[in-house]
Design a protein around this ligand. Sequence first.
Ligand SMILES: [Zn+2]
Length: 121
Amino acid sequence: MSRIRTTNTTPELRVRALLRDIGVSVQRYAGKLPGRPDIVLQRHRTVLFIHGCFWHGHSCAKGRPPATNVQFWTKKITANKVRDRRVNRQLRAAGWRVITIWGCAFRHEGSLIKRLRRLLG
Ligand SMILES: [Zn+2]
């Protein structure tokens, strides 16, 4: 029986490990998809994006722009959000399910695992 590992690693590797732990096979995807998703689960017709809260403007404490250069950051992050929405639309139109995992989700891995199980189980 595989155990949920707790090593320090990049968010993407962590999600790959969590998926393996819940029995979802993660294979390499050779094709090209809009937005270059972090993980493609071809059998589930599902793509996963792992988004940093800051860069992608998450509505959490970590998603707030810094106090200096507010205009600069707001513009930059708004552009990222617009692109994210466009990519989401393109993928969904092509029949893909899109799952976004925010950086802050790793602070509650139990909930993250439950969510992945629910969506992919
Ligand atoms: Zn967040």
